[in-house]
Design a protein around this ligand. Sequence first.
Ligand code: FES
Length: 108
Amino acid sequence: MAKPQKHVFVCSQTRPSGHPRGSCSQKGCNEVLQTFWQELQRRNLFDRISVTYSGCLGPCDGGPNVVVYPEGVLYRGLTKGDVAAIFDEHLLGDKPVERLRAPADVWG
Ligand code: FES
């Protein structure tokens, strides 16, 4: 297997209903994850890009959250409609999609 050039981690954390932190699962992350996998397959990029589900990435209130490495770019509030732009502009074009990025102070 070739070493991927970029890794996409899609938060898929679940929490019980009523939990004070909520979760990306409650905000629709599964649809986002499925769309990442569909685009990966449609574009046949398995040798360049890896898409993995993950546990909580930290800033739950803005989810669904996705982080892309090696840059460490955090995207938040994604819908399935945002995924194609992340492929086109960031994963293939090497320019993060600024309109979808979490603000720098999200890490506190
Ligand atoms: S539950 Fe997704 S970032 Fe915490």
